[in-house]
Design a protein around this ligand. Structure first.
Ligand code: FES
Length: 544
């Protein structure tokens, strides 16, 4: 709501590039929206909630060491209310209380011609509010898979809009300056708008001081409460957090693990800024897990989303009351897109993983009737859909070969979670393929179809390759078997074939899926498999 308000305000300013009259014509719509009963409630409630949450989050921080973007957002946010109050009182309150007509003619006269210092301050507040809002939106939206695609456009708008607004205001200011040179224009404008006289301005100033003082008082109270709590924390004693990769820190009880890392200067990635949304701060608790308080439902949901092992916790949510040994799981350079990606073992390790093979059916026939450019275009859209589905479920895309893909799950999580992630990825792949087929309906002769095979078992996982062509991969029988299961989807005419082991580890009831036993290389026993016609029935929330 607040960002929408600032955006429409800037757009209204930008109309000054046309003329002062255009600004005032735009203002009619602006006021109709934001001075309506619904607009007023939404705006002031949003402002109040935002301030209370900001002060609350300031109180909750055990120390003020934070990344530069968070510090910038916080400082800008705290500067805005005291700087903004005079404008709000001089326009909205003056209109409601003293019947002053709000118009760009009057405000530009006041801010450009009569009190240019206030005008400069007002421009500064708008810039601060805009940057503050853009930072907030960026660090919220960057967790969304579609965001990288639209960020160049948003970035362009974020630069162009305030520049146009400032130029619009300056253009209108010059127009007002020219008008002000006409004899009697200033007096007539002030009279027509019912501009407040000195006595009424003094009444407005009292309110302005009161509101500003109230905010600064609340801020001072929060800082005081932080001081009292810090004193209390110190009396409760300190705990030692030891990092398995090296380093330790002594922090008062009540700190989160992320705050402990920041205090100690230990690089610890936190893409969402410690809001419990991204999972990038997750750590494996190597000692002291049993004495930690249980995860909150929100933390559990995020951990479940990444298929985390039981000894993994979110560093930004855990407040230990005893010594701990932890190992951050993502490298400090991790970015938003890495939040559901497993950290890669640098050297080969044998692990129980789930391997998924997927292949686009009949693509050779489609490709034969297409220009090479079209083939590349369709394939890239397909790889994008499949890759996002795999990474969104917590897997790692290992390789794209032709129109096929291999993906690994469980490089650092347990096999049960790995199987659940692989099945979730399969459901999402099939669903996104349907969507892609609809989008490309004009390009294709029929719907897109896939075959997916999933198997779980031991494999050697590590970064392999040469020079710059190093990538995380897995070798072993599990990989061959998964590939064979993908091949069997053609034989059974189904989109998905999984081994019974995958179903068992994922805790799925597959009794409704046809069961077969197939011979596989290097195994004396046949392998039990299940043919899944409709993954939507197995995984609630996923339509196959
Ligand atoms: S920093 Fe994002 S969940 Fe902890």
């Amino acid at each position: 709501v607040l960002f929408a308000f600032v955006t429409t305000h800037l757009l209204n300013h930008a109309l000054g590039l046309v003329s002062l009259a255009a600004m005032d014509a735009g203002l009619v719509w602006f006021l109709a929206l934001w001075r309506s009963a619904a607009g007023t409630v939404a705006l002031y409630a949003a402002f109040l909630v935002h301030m209370v949450l900001a002060l609350w989050s300031l109180y909750r921080r055990r120390h003020l060491r934070m990344p530069a973007w968070e510090a910038t957002q916080l400082v800008l946010g705290l500067l805005i209310p005291p700087l903004l109050v005079s404008h709000a009182v001089g326009t909205r309150l003056a209109a409601e209380w003293l019947d002053v007509t709000t118009s760009y003619r009057l405000v530009t006269l006041a801010l450009w011609e009569l009190q240019p210092v206030n005008g400069a301050r007002q421009l500064l507040v708008l810039a601060l509010a805009w940057v503050h809002g853009c930072i907030g939106l960026h660090f919220w939206l960057r967790l969304r898979p579609w965001y990288p695609r639209v960020v160049p456009v948003l970035y362009g708008l974020a630069l162009v809009l305030p520049v146009c607004a400032a130029l619009g205001f300056a253009h209108a200011g010059r127009e007002v300056s020219a008008l002000a040179r006409q004899p009697g224009w200033v007096q007539e404008t002030l009279r027509a708008a019912n501009a407040p006289d000195p006595a009424r301005r003094a009444r407005l100033a009292v309110v302005e001081r009161g509101v500003r003082g109230g905010f600064l008082g609340a801020l001072a109270l929060v800082l005081l409460a932080r001081g009292v709590r810090a004193w209390h924390d110190r009396r409760r004693g300190a705990i030692r957090v030891t990092y398995a990769g090296g380093g330790d820190v002594l922090v008062p009880v009540g700190f989160t693990l992320l705050e402990a890392s920041r205090l100690a200067g230990i690089p610890h990635v936190s893409v969402c800024g410690g809001r419990g949304r991204c999972s990038t701060c997750r750590v494996r608790v190597e000692r002291g897990l049993d004495r930690l308080p249980a995860a909150s439902p929100d933390e559990r949901r995020v951990l479940h989303r990444v298929g985390a092992a039981p000894d993994v916790r979110l560093a930004c949510q855990v407040r230990p009351a005893h010594d701990l040994v932890v190992r951050p799981l993502l490298s400090p350079g991790a970015r938003a897109r890495d939040r559901f990606r497993a950290p890669e073992p640098a050297t080969g390790q044998e692990r129980e993983i789930a391997v998924l093979f997927a292949d686009l059916r009949g693509f050779t026939t489609i490709a034969e009737r297409k220009l090479p450019y079209d083939v590349v275009f369709i394939l890239n859209r397909y790889f994008e859909s499949v890759g996002s589905a795999i990474e969104g479920a917590g897997g790692t895309v290992n390789q794209f070969t032709g129109d096929g893909v291999m993906a690994l799950f469980g490089v650092t999580s347990d096999p049960e979670a790995a199987c659940r992630q692989a099945l979730r990825a399969a459901g999402e792949i099939l669903r996104s393929l349907d969507r892609l087929g609809e989008t490309l309906a004009d390009e294709l002769a029929g719907p897109l179809r896939m075959g997916i095979g999933i198997h779980a078992g031991p494999a050697v996982v590590g970064r392999m390759g040469y020079s710059t062509a190093m990538y995380l991969t897995a070798v072993g029988d599990t990989v061959h078997v998964a590939s064979r299961l993908e091949g069997l989807t053609k034989e059974y005419g189904a989109p998905l074939v999984i081994s019974e082991k995958v179903a068992r580890l994922a805790g799925l009831d597959v009794s409704a899926c046809p069961r077969h036993e197939v011979a596989v290389r290097n195994r004396s026993e046949p392998l039990a498999i299940r043919v899944v016609e409709d993954i939507g029935r197995l995984l609630p929330g996923h339509a196959g």
